[in-house]
Write a protein that binds this ligand. Sequence first.
Ligand code: HEC
Length: 119
Amino acid sequence: MLVKIIVIFFMAGCQVKQVDTLEVLPGATSIERGKRLTFSYGCAVCHEISGINDYPGNIGPSLVNWGKQKYIAGAVPNRMPELILWLKNPQAIQKNSAMPNLNMTEEEASDIATYLYSQ
Ligand code: HEC
């Protein structure tokens, strides 16, 4: 189990690095940027997400039909500001959460949240 967690964190770390090298397409919408970021940050390593992974990431809960879910991590209402906070710092909402802090910016979190709600 510990090895599995270390491997997952390592994979997530590799994905984070890719973000630096991604070109941002001029004129891309928030949804398009969010989809790209969701892919680059490796969210699908842990989550099942429509349009991102062909295999089910099952470390975290499925994010399919995300907009229909009422709470984030069973703790706060599932709304845009709370989701942005969650993405930037999961432990700010759920102290012992297994979801890693991926050190993303406010803008990146906003684009990813927009993408998740567009599902
Ligand atoms: C290393 C695995 C891992 C990675 C990478 C990861 N997550 Fe998570 N995520 C989790 C876990 C585990 C939970 C459940 C945490 C909890 O409930 O405290 C979670 C919970 C969530 C939730 C709340 C789900 C719910 O049902 O309440 C959202 C939304 C979410 N993650 C989005 C993302 C997004 C977007 C990314 C990429 C930017 C991402 N996660 C990357 C493991 C991960």
